[in-house]
Structures are given as C-alpha cells and as structure tokens.
Design a protein around this ligand. Structure first.
Ligand code: G4P
Ligand code: NA
Ligand code: NA
Length: 193
C-alpha cells in the first residue's frame, strides 16, 4: 500500500536495528485517514469471502481491525491480555510468548463471540516472530472457527513470523513488508510482478 510505505519512510524511526517506531500513526497516536485506507484495502480483497468476524489483539491491532470490520460490515473481536472484570462467561485462552519483552501473556476471548460458524480474518499491526498471530489462531481453533487469512499492517520480513504461519498453511497478507532496518534505514521487500 503506497500511502503506508510513504508514511513509514516519512515518520517511522528505527530503534536498535530491528524495531520500527511508528507511534505517530499506528501504535500510540493513530492516523484515522490512513487506518481507513488500510481498512478499505484489506476489505476490497476479502469482500466476497464470506467473512463473519475480524479477530485481533489489544492494543495496537484494534485500530486497523475496526476499519476492516467497518468496511466488511462485521464485528471486531480483540483478544484481551488481562482478564476483564466482566468476563464471567467461558473463555477461549492461549498463551503468547513475546521475544521482544521475554514475557508470556495469556490472551482470551469469550466463547460467546466466536463459534464454529465463523469465518475469520486475523489482524495485527506488526508481524515479527508470529507469536501473537499464533495465539489468535489457537483461539480460533478452539472455537472451531475457520481462518481465511492473516492480515498484517507492517511485516518485518527479516524475522520468522511469515514462514512460521505459512508452514502451518495460513495465508499471510501484509500491506508493508520490511526487508531490513540496517543502518537505521527502512528497506522494503521489492514487490513482485
Ligand atoms: P510476534 O507477536 O510477531 O511474535 O512479536 P513479538 O512477540 O516479538 O512482539 C511483541 C510486541 O511488539 C507486539 O505488540 C508486536 O506487535 C510488537 N512489535 C513487534 N515488532 C515491532 C516493531 O518493530 N515495532 C513496533 N512498534 N512494535 C513491534 P504487543 O506489545 O504485544 O502489543 P501492543 O503494543 O499492540 O499492545
Ligand atoms: Na500488536
Ligand atoms: Na504494538
């Protein structure tokens, strides 16, 4: 997505070789116009796929996910990292290890929002090592829901998330694919065709 790549080049900054800071439009402050375009771009590809739910994880996955859900006219569910006071019904739960933070989080979704009748787009802001996406996939599997694709705003293609997900048979669809962040510069994967 051209507008996203331009935004990353203009406002993204590289921290410690392999981390991209995009807090001016995605992970802290949010650019609604750009997120709306993210929503339209993904929705256009999946309009005829019978998608019934968007599934993401708090917090930074929520903004792009909501715009995709708005475009497709389906609800958006975000997995919670902490159990909420009102989550009194049965839960689907998976554990997610973060390489970046070296911590494990339990993530959960109420069973009442995801069932075997659902066809899901899994959404996240970043794909690094794929652990968050794997956790969301596990929640969908527990519900018996099927997954059409994993939609990622920014993929760090030099980390192993994509190959891990593809090995398991999932389609990964990313709007920006970063080949390297070496020397504090963003290099994108060249588009094929
Ligand atoms: P993984 O899910 O792909 O395995 O990634 P990892 O555990 O390494 O990443 C942990 C967190 O860091 C995730 O967010 C992920 O989205 C985010 N992240 C990974 N790489 C980058 C990066 O280069 N830049 C930025 N800005 N974030 C990155 P989180 O902390 O679990 O959630 P939240 O921030 O959405 O609340
Ligand atoms: Na995230
Ligand atoms: Na984040």
């Amino acid at each position: 997505m051209k507008e996203l790549l331009e935004k990353i080049l203009k406002e993204g900054t590289v921290l410690e070789e392999d981390v991209l800071k995009v807090d001016s439009f995605l992970t802290h402050q949010i650019d609604p116009e750009l997120m709306s375009l993210v929503g339209k771009t993904f929705a256009d590809k999946y309009r005829d796929k019978g998608i019934t739910k968007i599934v993401t994880i708090e917090s930074s996955g929520i903004a792009p996910a909501v715009f995709i859900g708005l475009e497709l006219g389906v609800p958006v569910i975000f997995a919670r990292k902490q159990k909420s006071l009102t989550m009194t019904t049965e839960l689907l739960t998976a554990s997610v290890y973060s390489f970046t933070k070296q911590t494990t989080n339990n993530i959960s979704i109420s069973t009442k929002f995801l069932t075997e009748h659902d066809k899901v787009l899994v959404v996240d802001d970043f794909l690094a090592n794929g652990q968050a996406a794997l956790g969301l996939i596990e929640l969908c599997q527990q519900a018996g829901a099927s997954i059409e694709a994993i939609n990622i705003v920014i993929e760090k293609s030099f980390q192993n998330g994509r190959s891990l997900l593809e090995e398991k048979g999932y389609k990964v669809d990313s709007l920006a694919r970063i080949k390297s962040l070496k020397n504090n510069k963003v290099h994108f994967v060249e588009e094929e065709n």
